[in-house]
Design a protein around this ligand. Structure first.
Ligand code: UDP
Ligand code: MG
Length: 313
């Protein structure tokens, strides 16, 4: 018998919790002989009665566990907390808003049994997504796949199953600004994919607004790639080179060799080139500092990622 932990982050999902629980139970029933299922809800500082609903379930079902955060820490941290508290043979992460089709769980398990260590749910299309969200996500995947070493599959979701080995490695990450699925992709391991069509949200509204996702994207750029930091340095090097060569040419040509082209530059034009040269040097220096900042950035992140008020594990 293998144990499976279902990790469910929940933020203001009071209506969806009982629905999801019911759906999960239906899926578990025929698999009961081969798997021991447990559900771990993470209440991410909800303002509604999400915790009450979870506690109700936890009272009647010993396989329901939960963590209650002291405030909203965000979905990425909530799912991390779920993985931190996983001792099962495999962990399956799923959204609580029923957008991830629960019926697919047996297929996730099959792929895992067939040898995949990470099974990733890929969303075919989202009926309810705005144009802004779609354009933004296309652009995000385009950029991130060009500037980082990690290959990130477009439309890969957090609906995924992780083998125990992967969870153990995942739990060694310590950064606070994180994108859970990107970190899982960074880990590698043998992976397989499952394609699904996302359901519409049943209750409540998506709490990931365009700007929240934008912030998440910026965090990924910064945490998965040093390219934005190095940009100033590269720009500075190019400017310094161009301004330096042309400045040198004018200086030599105008005052010493009396070349016709060099002599046409006025004093203010020469001054402009001098300023450009200095700006180039400054940018290069900023670029150098950036390398140090980048190193510090990878070292200092040691704050606890989340705080729990209450737990049943
Ligand atoms: N969620 C969370 N903390 C947050 C925001 C969302 O735990 O701060 C949960 C939410 O309850 C849901 C999942 O993360 O189970 C996905 O959230 P949402 O539906 O808002 O995002 P989207 O479907 O747009 O990715
Ligand atoms: Mg959703």
């Amino acid at each position: 018998m293998q144990s499976i932990l279902i990790v469910v982050p929940a933020y203001n999902e009071e209506k969806n919790i009982p629905l999801l629980y019911g759906e999960l139970k239906k899926v578990f029933a025929p698999l009961r002989d081969s798997y021991a299922f447990e559900i771990l809800f993470i209440n991410d500082g909800s303002c509604d009665n999400t915790l009450g609903e979870i506690e109700k379930l936890a009272e009647i079902d010993e396989h329901v566990k939960y963590l209650d955060f002291s405030r909203n820490f965000g979905k990425e941290v909530a799912s991390t907390a779920g993985l931190n508290n996983c001792q099962a043979d495999a962990c399956l992460m799923i959204d609580s808003d029923l957008q991830h089709p629960v019926e697919l769980i047996p297929q996730f398990l099959e792929k895992w049994q067939a040898g995949a260590e990470v099974v990733v749910g890929i969303r075919k299309k989202n009926k309810s997504d705005s144009i802004l969200k779609r354009v933004g996500s296309t652009f995000f995947y385009f950029v991130i796949n060009r500037i980082s070493d990690v290959r990130i599959v477009p439309n890969a979701t957090d609906f995924r199953l992780l083998d125990k080995k992967v969870v153990e490695e995942f739990n060694r990450f310590s950064e606070t600004n994180r994108m859970t699925r990107a970190l899982i992709d960074w880990l590698g391991f043998r992976r397989d994919y499952l394609y699904f069509e996302a359901n519409d949200r049943v209750n409540g509204t998506a709490s990931y607004s365009f700007w929240k996702l934008f912030g998440l994207a910026m965090n990924s750029f910064v945490s998965l790639s040093l390219m934005p930091l190095k940009l100033a340095g590269y720009l500075g090097a190019v400017i310094t080179l161009i301004a330096g060569v042309s400045g040198f040419y004018i200086l030599l040509g105008k005052y010493f060799l009396h070349l016709p082209l060099a002599s046409t530059f006025s004093d203010s034009e020469n001054l402009a080139i001098l300023i450009l040269f200095l700006v180039g040097i400054m940018l290069t220096s900023i670029g150098l500092i950036s390398f140090y900042v980048a190193n510090i950035h990878t070292e200092v992140i040691r704050r606890p990622m989340y705080v729990t008020r209450k737990r049943k594990l």
